[in-house]
Design a protein around this ligand. Structure first.
Ligand SMILES: O=P(O)(O)OC[C@H]1O[C@H](O[C@H]2O[C@H](CO)[C@@H](O)[C@H](O)[C@H]2O)[C@H](O)[C@@H](O)[C@@H]1O
Length: 295
């Protein structure tokens, strides 16, 4: 064992200073070739989902933590010319920035595309979100308030369920429920508040999200590609809502599904530890070769 926090706990996953034969043996020549091709492009966008991708899934979202090796990889990527970083998450964006430990200037997409901003240095020296507030019409605000009220009534009848409010959405969480309770609540939510006209309803991992604004992660990736002028995009995600982003990727892009489940992504890794190895490999491929190693 090592005390180095940037080394992953999985003995099969390479840590910093990637051992290329181990990386290729573990994650495949095809993924390595795709990363080499991506790294050779002048301008690249590295767009990443948070929960289940940078951070392992946990019972309490407030305790989520990004894998330390990914913190290190993102810090290094942010220093490299032609690399733009983006978080593309279902989470509320300002809370995401305080959890995610991503570098200054990272683009932040929250609430599945509803919130857009950048990570900036705040006067106290910490990092904060700079984003336009979300504007709702009166009808949208009324609908959100009604969904919140109805969802809270249903959740009050279900042990360990809880409701999360976002600027333009209401989310019912069932991760801590028994399977039977979770399924009963899921049906009640979909047939109750989730059936109201004007909502976009998306199911994720033990969550049901009811949004009054209808953006997707796919819209966000398309916009980020245009804004950053990226020649190619790496997108990694683990959930059904990430399929909207995989769907807008182009042949030169690299889509990585993290974990099990059907996907349109061209590549797959097992978990956030393996994704950190991908990011570290990209750092290595993109970094200038030291002068004394040029042959
Ligand atoms: O797009 P993402 O960054 O993956 O956000 C999707 C949802 O993430 C959070 O919920 C998920 O992670 C929690 C912590 O690991 C877990 O408890 C929950 O079951 C997962 O669905 C977040 O709380 C939601 O608001 C996001 O929509």
């Amino acid at each position: 064992m090592t005390d180095d926090p940037t080394v992953t706990g999985d003995a099969g996953v390479p840590g910093p200073g990637i051992d290329v034969p181990i990386f290729v043996a573990h994650l495949g020549e095809w993924l390595d070739a795709a990363l080499r091709d991506l790294a050779a492009r002048p301008r690249i966008l590295v767009a990443l989902d948070f929960d289940g991708v940078l951070a392992p899934l946990v019972r309490d979202p407030a305790t989520s933590r990004i894998v330390p090796a990914s913190v290190a990889a993102l810090a290094e990527l942010s220093e490299l010319p032609g690399v733009t970083l983006a978080l593309v998450s279902g989470r509320e964006a300002s809370g995401l920035v305080s959890l995610a430990e991503v570098p200054e200037h990272t683009h932040v997409v929250g609430s599945h595309g509803v919130q857009r901003g950048r990570v900036v240095r705040s006067p106290d020296g910490g990092l904060a979100l700079d984003a336009e507030p979300v504007a709702l019409t009166t009808e949208q605000a009324d609908l959100r308030a009604r969904v919140l009220r109805d969802a809270e009534e249903l959740v009050a009848q279900t042990p360990e369920a809880w409701v999360e409010g976002k600027p333009a959405a209401v989310v019912v969480h069932t991760r801590r429920c028994t399977p039977a309770d979770g399924e009963r609540l899921r049906r009640a939510v979909l047939e109750g508040p989730g059936a109201l006209a004007g909502l976009r309803v998306q199911e994720g991992k033990e969550v049901i999200e009811m949004a009054v604004l209808h953006h997707t992660k796919g819209d966000a990736v398309t916009d980020l590609r245009a804004v950053t002028g990226a020649d190619a995009v790496l997108y990694a995600g683990d959930d059904r809502t990430d399929e909207d982003a995989f769907a807008v990727l182009e042949p030169q892009d690299v889509g990585i599904k993290v974990g099990d489940g059907p996907t349109a992504a061209s590549h797959r890794v097992a978990d956030p530890d393996e994704l950190s190895a991908v990011l570290l490999r990209l750092v290595e491929l993109r970094s200038p070769v030291p002068a004394d190693e040029v042959g």
